[in-house]
Design a protein around this ligand. Structure first.
Ligand code: 5GP
Ligand code: ZN
Length: 114
C-alpha cells in the first residue's frame, strides 16, 4: 500500500528501530512508548485491520505470536510478563490501518490497555 506508513517501514523507505525481522514479520519500537518495552509487531503483508484476516492469514497471525514471545525473551520481559494488544477499528482507537500488535511490558501494566 503506497501511502501506508508501516508498509514503508517494511520496504525500508522509512528508518525505524527494528528489533525482529523474518520473511513474514517486522517488529520495531513504538515511536511513543507507553512502557519500558513497547514494540509493534506487524505482518509484512498489508492487512488493514483484524476484521480482514482470512484463513490464509492464520499462519501469519500465529507467527506474530511466536515473534512476540521471542522478542519478549530477548528484551527480558518473558519472566515478568507482558501484554499483547491489537486495536481494531474505531472504538479501539486504531490509528494506523495496517494490522499490528503492541507488545508492552517492563512495568506493572494495571488497566493499561493500549
Ligand atoms: P494504534 O493506535 O493504531 O493501535 O497504534 C499505532 C501505534 O503506532 C501508536 O502507538 C504510535 O505511537 C505508533 N506509531 C505511529 N507512527 C509511528 C512511526 O512513524 N514510527 C513508529 N515506530 N511508531 C509509530
Ligand atoms: Zn501497510
Amino acid at each position: 500500500m503506497a501511502d501506508c506508513i508501516f508498509c514503508k517501514m517494511v520496504n525500508k523507505e522509512i528508518n525505524t528501530n527494528i528489533v525482529y525481522e523474518d520473511d513474514d514479520i517486522l517488529a520495531f519500537r513504538d515511536i511513543a512508548p507507553k512502557a519500558p518495552v513497547h514494540v509493534l509487531i506487524i505482518p509484512k503483508k498489508h492487512i488493514s485491520d483484524m476484521t480482514k484476516i482470512t484463513e490464509e492469514d492464520s499462519k501469519i497471525i500465529g507467527k506474530m505470536h511466536l515473534a512476540a514471545v521471542k522478542i519478549a525473551k530477548e528484551l527480558g520481559i518473558a519472566e515478568t510478563g507482558f501484554r499483547l494488544v491489537n486495536n481494531c477499528l474505531g472504538d479501539s482507537g486504531q490509528e494506523v490501518m495496517h494490522i499490528h500488535y503492541h507488545l508492552v511490558g517492563g512495568r506493572p501494566l494495571g488497566d493499561f490497555v493500549d
